[in-house]
Ligand binder design. Structure first.
Ligand SMILES: Cc1cc2nc3c(=O)[nH]c(=O)nc-3n(C[C@H](O)[C@H](O)[C@H](O)COP(=O)(O)O)c2cc1C
Length: 243
């Protein structure tokens, strides 16, 4: 059967086939930067995450469910810090580059984390970018973005009632620089790994999460201030105390 829709074409045309691997040397001069930063944004140093011990992982795996009702109490700053670390924190610098909590094709790390903070102790409501390198939040916007969050998530109320909404974007060129069009596959796989780590860490912290891919992409991009082409929102996770 001949399939001509864009998703079908993408799946077919990004297959690796024996004898037809894309060749050529990597152009190291055009390698995209590994880290994004907002140099003029106010910065908030996050508390140091726990990196040892913690609740048994089997319990977290067994108990994880998508939660869609949240209690009123805010999320603790330490818990937000722990979740950000679980998703993308640096865990090793011994191999000549910084390895993270989650795997990434070619260690290229095309995914960026943003947090739309609705209610977190000690952190003003607003839109933040997570600086992986420094474990800081960079403040992009201040304000109550609960309505905007729900609207951009196809009007799902959980993005309003959650206490934090994580938004993952992809800087596609970080991956396509090496893997070309196949890199798009890897970007989405990376985001899945990150989201799962956050979901399991949420359980371990007594919190709940729900992953959201039903989004009006460009409404999310507008909230973050990203262009939707070089960098575009791909996935959300809402967090709060189970209701
Ligand atoms: C890629 C992806 C997208 C999802 N998008 C949404 C969503 O937009 N809204 C929602 O309420 N749940 C969403 N979910 C959650 C699923 O509905 C949920 O994982 C599924 O029903 C299984 O339930 P469980 O997570 O509790 O095991 C999504 C899950 C995944 C993996």
């Amino acid at each position: 059967m001949v399939r001509t829709k864009i998703g079908d074409l993408f799946q077919q045309e990004t297959k690796y086939q024996r004898g037809h691997l894309p060749g050529g040397d990597l152009d190291w001069a055009s390698k995209p930067a590994t880290y994004k930063s907002y140099p003029s944004a106010p910065r908030i140093q996050l508390s140091s995450p726990e990196t040892k011990g913690g609740p048994p992982i089997w319990d977290s795996i067994r108990q994880r469910r998508s939660l869609r009702a949240f209690q009123e109490p805010p999320v603790k700053e330490a818990d937000l810090s722990q979740l950000l670390w679980a998703g993308q924190g640096i865990t090793d610098t011994g191999m000549g580059f910084a390895s993270r909590t989650t795997p990434s094709a070619g260690a290229l790390y095309p995914v960026e984390t943003y947090a739309v903070v609705h209610s977190v102790e000690g952190i003003e409501p607003g839109v933040y970018h997570y600086s992986v390198q420094t474990h800081e939040l960079e403040q992009l916007k201040v304000g109550d973005f609960r309505m905007a969050a729900a609207r951009m998530a196809l009007d799902q109320r959980i993005a309003h009632s959650a206490k934090v909404v994580f938004v993952w974007t992809a800087l596609f060129a970080r991956s396509t620089w090496k893997y070309r069009q196949r890199g798009y596959r890897y970007v989405y796989l990376d985001a899945g790994h990150i989201a799962q780590n956050v979901a399991l860490a949420a359980v371990a912290l007594g919190l709940g999460s729900c992953q959201i891919a039903a989004i009006y992409d460009d409404e999310v991009n507008t909230l973050l201030g990203v262009d939707g082409v070089e960098e575009s929102a791909i996935y959300l996770t809402v967090i709060g105390k189970p209701g």
